[in-house]
Design a binder for this molecule. Structure first.
Ligand SMILES: [Zn+2]
Length: 1023
């Protein structure tokens, strides 16, 4: 018992002694770590060739390979280097574990017999391809392998820092490529030592269990002779005695799940993500072969779809392990989308495309929504989840809040309409844990629902760039399955976790409303072209689906373009990934994203034209297609067959087609240049005075006799801010930027009249923002229109600046209202508490409103998402100029439109919601015969109810899905009227599953429907 003797009371020396015994830096000549690898042997040959493109294995293997010398460099960034490796394992390595050791600064994939077999990523602790666990004579000793190495690291190729723009000319190399023998016994002991050392450190000086670990590990050093493997068993037994001392019944249980967060594009392009998935997931399969208890959770149908088409062999292995319940698709969405910016319908489609894919490929649907890494979560998500077969939710991102600590880890999240989902934030505050003691201790320590929830998730595996779990992580977790003083650890599934949490949920708290992330608030504005692409393509797909549905009912011969629409939707959904639509990606990704929007626009234009052509007989007249469910009276630009473009005031019936017949306005617009150079414009509803510098001196609501612009202030005031965050450049706009406000005042071209009235009055002007940037704007007052439009062009070449526009209004209210998905919510305009002022920059969709009783002002937009309303100033965020990770972000020319709308009554009564839709969904012109008569396919009796979507049902060719929502926040009964030949109507969920218990009455008046506040209702209409 020489190892078990009294020791001096010097915790530090004992601890450090044990650390040095397993250090890979110090004393490796005599410590245990130095014995991990045994003999080594060079490869027989390494050949290489470089490819600018990402090519297939078949193509690569046919190339001629030049000799490669380990250590020599190649590149540049984003190229691929293929290696052909021949190797011969020495006979003398019989019974040894043999690895191909490969260290390169690019991520790599090993190919064997034409199949991908193993990912290799240094940053992800994957540098070994195991050739044999225990070399037998009959195993092949001579092999040819291929290694496909990407010229990018786990996090791309940032120049100087991770999120800096990539260095396009980086050189790469392979630092190590050799055969080695590996001692599994040493690895097992090293894990014992490392875990004990970590227990000592993590439990600290107050915990007696930590001292037991300290003395155990010290005695293990006493007993262990690194040169004498026969000493190992006794050492391992000592560790085992410690680890097998069990917990009591009450101990917290950690449900461990393998995970690998792969951003669908971020600091690398979409195409590289496909290979990241391949590398990460093939490694997971290798681990599953050896660890039958290993469970791996994997989100994003799009990534599965990529792997299916690029690595079909790997995909069928995945299908087998899905069947076994080890490889678990989670989340139910097409990608892990941004939780704020996509429209309500886009969010539905994320689930529709995702769940249908999982159903088709794996015969299952996800029961949990999975969004660990997104920058805030809309209050409408609980209802959308519930409508898509999902009742629980996992994320952890709110642990990034800069100001307030979110008070729960396990709780019910209640959405806008009252829908609830069981929600879990893994208390370890990470989706990429390592299975270390630190992760387990933090999980228990940070849990804010102690005594309420006794189970937590631990998601382990390298993420962000991919990589995933390692054997070492699995070994660590297995070692402490039930060790007194540490939480119990079970390999588990999301379903088990949530079932357990639900079963024991009586004491859980409820959080109502949005999960606002107090960080990354610049992402509502960064990369304005992506935001615009998203809004315009959402609008376009909406219109195509409606027009195609009408065409389908009009003439049964019309081929509904279901396949093409799915393809376009999937492109749009892909770009909603949580580093693309927020604008936090590199330039290459922006280029891809903008190209996808172009594809949607060009293919979409063809689809829309084809559908519209079937709606009206062709001819030389002009009609408009209105995709919105209310009648509109609007001034539009018409082309009458000649080159001359004119204006017309058009009455358009709800969801339908109307011939353009110019209706004379009740009151024409008048435009008067006043003596002081200001311009007065008036349309009978509004009267505005525009200063020479383009600001509004007055905006008067005639019916209410009320001025909207605050005393002594001007509306439409452009303002610039310094915008230098602490680190996350494209992501963050910090609170202190508000202190750097500077109005844009330099006039280049003062206000001049462009349209002199009648149907339209307009003026334009140009301001200098700086010596590099200008803004030119046309302010438009249309006849009969209750809002003033600001058509804006900005030439933008700034660096770390933020451009906004302000409207100080004569309204006093403690709350402002913002449109979100299928509804709206309120946020404070004051800064009482830390929760209030942390929302100094917020997101909204098409409109925001500030109202007091019986009067208010709304701010509408056609492609912006960032707002703030402080006191009585309404601000729309327009453009940012971050330099990382895209050094060219937002440079160039931008076009966007916003509008200001004073109103009486509430915004609901004033049709603000409808006006914001009108601004975003232009009436579309089509050619028609002069005999065309107006017709409408759908209308809704209540203004509170918006018919958002009409599409062909996914599984029923002759049926339409119609989606409506209550937009006012009220309980109403509404009648949906249609001129289409509807035979039957059924309620269905958001995945279009019919509810057989609820046939709906179709009467001559239509279909009567009940709504609760913000309720989404989907119908299946059988024709
Ligand atoms: Zn992410």
């Amino acid at each position: 018992m020489m190892y078990h003797l009294p020791v001096l009371k010097n915790r530090r020396t004992l601890l450090e002694r044990a650390e040095k015994f397993v250090s890979d830096v110090y004393f490796t000549d005599c410590n245990l770590r130095g014995r991990l690898y045994g003999d080594s042997c060079p490869l027989e040959s390494i050949g290489f060739f470089l490819s600018a493109k990402r090519i297939t294995f078949t193509e690569a293997s046919k190339q001629s390979f030049d000799p490669y010398e380990v250590g020599s460099t190649f590149g540049p960034t984003w190229w691929t280097c293929w290696f052909k490796v021949t190797l011969k394992i020495p006979e003398s390595w019989r019974e040894k574990e043999v690895h191909l050791l490969w260290e390169s600064d690019g991520e790599a994939m090993v190919w064997r017999d034409g199949q991908p077999v193993q990912g290799l990523t240094k940053e992800g602790e994957k540098t070994s391809y195991i050739l044999s666990d225990c070399l037998k004579d009959e195993e092949p000793h001579s092999l040819t392998l291929f290694v496909e190495m990407a010229c990018n690291g786990l996090f791309g190729a940032g120049q100087g820092s991770m999120i800096a723009a990539p260095d396009p000319n980086r050189k790469f190399s392979v630092q190590k490529a050799e055969l080695v023998t590996f001692s599994r016994d040493v690895r097992v002991l090293l894990t014992d030592f490392e875990m004990l050392v970590d227990i000592v450190k993590e439990l600290g000086e107050e915990d007696q269990r930590g001292y037991q670990a300290l003395f155990t590990v010290n005695e293990m050093v006493n007993l262990c002779d690194p040169c004498d493997p026969s000493s190992f068993a006794k050492v391992h037994n000592l560790a085992n005695t410690f680890f097998s001392q069990r917990n009591g019944d009450s101990q917290h249980t950690v449900y461990a799940m393998g995970h690998c967060h792969i951003d669908s594009a971020w600091l690398w392009p979409y195409e590289e993500t496909i290979r990241k998935c391949g590398r990460s997931w093939v490694t997971v399969i290798r681990l599953m072969e050896k660890n039958p208890e290993f469970v791996f959770t994997c989100s994003q149908a799009q990534q599965f779809e990529w792997v299916k088409s690029w690595y079909p062999g790997l995909f069928s292995s995945i299908q087998q392990y899905v069947k076994k319940g080890q490889f678990i698709p989670v989340g139910g969405t097409w990608v892990e989308m941004d939780g704020n910016l996509p429209s309500g319908e886009s969010m539905v489609r994320q689930f529709l495309q995702g769940q249908r894919f999982f159903n088709k490929e794996f015969g299952m649907q996800c029961k949990e929504f999975w969004l660990p890494d997104t920058f805030g979560y809309s209050a409408q998500l609980p209802q959308i989840m519930q409508g898509c077969g999902i009742s629980s939710f996992l994320t952890q991102k709110l642990s990034w809040n800069l100001v307030n600590t979110f008070p729960h880890n396990t709780f019910f999240w209640e959405g806008l309409d009252g829908s609830k989902v069981l929600t879990h934030f893994p208390p370890g505050n990470s989706y990429g844990m390592m299975g270390k003691i630190e992760d387990l201790v933090n999980t228990v320590k940070n849990n804010k629902d102690k005594g309420r929830a006794n189970h937590s998730a631990v998601l382990f595996g390298f993420g962000d760039g991919g990589g995933g779990p390692t054997q070492l992580m699995l070994d660590r977790l297995r070692l402490v399955e039930d060790t007194n003083g540490l939480p119990k650890v079970q390999m588990s599934t999301p379903d088990k976790l949530f079932t357990q949490l639900q079963a024991d949920s009586a004491l859980l708290c409820t959080w109502t409303g949005e999960l606002f992330l107090e960080m990354h608030n610049g992402t509502y504005t960064t990369q304005a072209q992506i935001k615009r692409g998203n809004r315009q393509c959402e609008t376009l797909l909406h219109d195509i689906e409606i027009a195609s549905s009408l065409a389908l009912c009009h003439g049964k011969a019309f081929p509904y373009p279901a396949e093409k629409l799915q393809e376009l939707w999937r492109l749009l959904l892909l770009n909603q990934f949580h580093d693309v639509i927020p604008g936090s990606c590199i330039e290459m990704v922006v280029e891809d994203a903008l190209k996808y929007y172009e594809d949607i626009r060009s293919s979409g234009a063809v689809l829309l034209r084809k559908a519209c052509e079937t709606l009206v007989p062709n001819g030389s007249s002009v009609a408009v297609f209105n995709s919105l469910p209310w009648e509109r009276l609007e001034v539009i630009q018409t082309q009458d067959g000649s080159d001359k473009a004119g204006l017309a005031l058009v009455r358009a019936s709800s969801i339908g087609v109307s011939p353009v017949e110019d209706t004379p306005p009740v009151t024409p617009v008048s435009v008067t240049v006043q003596a002081d150079g200001t311009v007065l414009m008036e349309n009978g509803l509004l009267k505005t005075v525009i200063n020479k510098n383009g600001t509004l001196a007055s905006l008067y609501l005639i019916s209410a006799n009320r001025e909207s612009v605050s005393d002594g202030c001007c509306g439409n005031q452009f303002v610039m801010f310094d915008d230098v965050p602490l680190y996350w450049d494209a992501w963050d706009v910090m609170d202190y930027h508000l202190q750097t406000r500077k109005p844009v005042v330099e006039v280049v071209q003062p206000v001049r009249v462009v349209s002199s009235g009648g149907l339209r009055g307009s003026v334009s002007f140009t301001l200098r923002i700086s010596d590099k940037s200008t803004v030119t704007q046309e302010i438009v007052v249309d006849a009969m229109c209750p809002y003033i439009k600001f058509n804006t062009e900005v030439k933008w070449a700034e660096s770390h600046k933020f451009l906004k526009v302000e409207f100080p209004v004569r309204v006093r209210s403690p709350n402002a209202t913002y449109e979100i998905q299928f509804g709206h919510l309120q946020r404070p305009t004051h800064r009482n508490t830390s929760w209030d002022w942390a929302r100094y920059e917020v997101w909204g969709h098409k409109w925001a409103d500030l109202s007091e009783h019986n009067f208010g002002v709304s701010l509408l937009n056609d492609c912006k998402y960032g707002y703030s309303v402080h006191k009585n100033t309404m601000t729309l965020s327009l453009l940012r100029a971050p330099k990382a990770p895209d050094a060219t972000a937002d440079m160039g020319t931008h076009h966007f439109t916003y509008a200001i709308m004073p109103h009486t009554g509430s915004f609901q009564e004033a049709s603000v919601i409808q006006c914001a839709y009108n601004l975003n969904f232009p009436l579309r012109l089509l050619q028609c015969s002069p005999e065309t008569v107006p017709w409408s396919a759908f209308s809704v009796s209540s203004q509170a109810v918006i018919l958002e979507t009409v599409k062909q049902a996914e599984d029923k060719g002759g049926a339409l899905v119609v989606r409506l929502y209550e937009s006012f926040g009220s309980s109403v009964t509404a009648t949906l009227s249609t001129t289409l030949p509807v035979r039957e109507a059924w309620l269905c969920d958001l995945l279009e599953k019919q509810d057989p218990s609820h046939p709906l009455q179709v009467t001559s008046k239509g279909i009567a429907l009940d709504f609760s506040p913000f309720q989404i209702v989907s119908l299946l209409l059988i024709m």
